[in-house]
Design a protein around this ligand. Structure first.
Ligand SMILES: NC(=O)c1ccc[n+]([C@@H]2O[C@H](COP(=O)([O-])OP(=O)(O)OC[C@H]3O[C@@H](n4cnc5c(N)ncnc54)[C@H](O)[C@@H]3O)[C@@H](O)[C@H]2O)c1
Length: 264
């Protein structure tokens, strides 16, 4: 049993925290949104995800899962602190890291013991270095923090099974203690685990998103061609492209909405 805190109780943070509690760990989920915390404490999950409400309820009642808006209290016992705050696209197209920076600053100011900070938010390469530097800049105690990158690949609608039976788990670690801790934490999943350095793990997530965007753009172009020649793109996709475009199931552009919304 490990003591874990998760900062950000949105889609990724809540699924992560709840699933780690289900695996037997002691988890505190933290959010700045007091209404969200009040709802969760009342057993209401603020969005629909199959199976999540039941898991939240079971683990809350078992005393393994707690919700708070008090970050200092939420990380007081934590061996490991996950960051799962939003990283929306800024006006210039870059990831807006202000929520990550603010969360790290809050952690550094409150933390009075050594811990591992695990970044689950989708962030550009070198964010791990930034997190480590921010901790040193803002810490108030003589603490040592290891930074880990553990990018998230879950899909909304199948988030619980994506977490519990992942295609792969990527761990970017900076030392042996963090490596051992993270491997122990994920051990119950019996998943394929790739251990890399921090920058490589960050790069893996961006590469996965870029490849997904490429696949979607490619099938959209094929759909346009199909329209021109009167071919059926669904059959083309199903018969010829299935291996290349295994995920997500591709649909032609008109049915698809904004492609960017799929890349998280
Ligand atoms: N949703 C997905 O399908 C998905 C999949 C893979 C990766 N991601 C990535 O995971 C990250 C989180 O995504 P999400 O969809 O869960 O976002 P979200 O917007 O649903 O949740 C983020 C939460 O963090 C909270 N928050 C922000 N700053 C905080 C702070 N300082 N302290 C405590 N709470 C704070 C917000 O109130 C919000 O509830 C993003 O980087 C996203 O790109 C998302």
């Amino acid at each position: 049993m490990k003591k874990i805190s998760v900062i950000g109780s949105g889609y990724v943070g809540l699924v992560t925290g709840t699933c780690f509690a289900e695996l037997g760990n002691q988890v505190a989920c933290i959010d700045t949104n007091q209404k969200k915390i009040d709802d969760l404490n009342d057993g209401r999950v603020p969005f629909f995800e199959p199976g999540l409400e039941e898991l939240v309820s079971r683990n809350s009642h078992a005393g393994r899962l707690h919700f708070t808006s008090d970050l200092a209290a939420g990380i007081a016992q934590a061996e490991c602190i996950f960051i799962a705050v939003g990283t929306p696209m800024a006006d210039n197209g870059e990831a807006d890291l202000s929520y990550v920076r603010y969360a790290v600053r809050q952690i550094a100011e409150a933390l009075d013991h050594d811990a591992i900070i695990v970044n689950k938010s989708t962030v550009p390469v070198e964010t791990g270095d930034m997190v480590a530097a921010l901790v040193v800049e803002h810490r108030r105690h003589n603490i040592n923090v290891s930074v880990v990158s553990n990018p998230e690949f879950l899909r909304e609608g199948s988030a619980i099974s994506d977490f519990m039976q992942p295609d792969r788990v990527v761990l970017g670690v900076s030392n042996d203690d963090a490596r051992k801790f993270m491997l122990d934490l994920y051990e119950p999943l019996k998943a394929r685990i790739f251990v890399t350095d921090v920058r490589t793990a960050e790069m893996i997530k961006y590469t996965a998103n870029a490849f997904l965007a490429t696949k979607i753009s490619f099938i959209n172009e094929i759909a346009n061609l199909c329209e021109c020649v009167g071919a059926n793109v669904l059959d083309v996709d199903r018969r010829e492209m299935r291996l290349a475009i295994a995920y997500p199931p591709c649909r032609p552009r008109r049915q698809q909405g904004t492609d960017r919304a799929r890349l998280r």
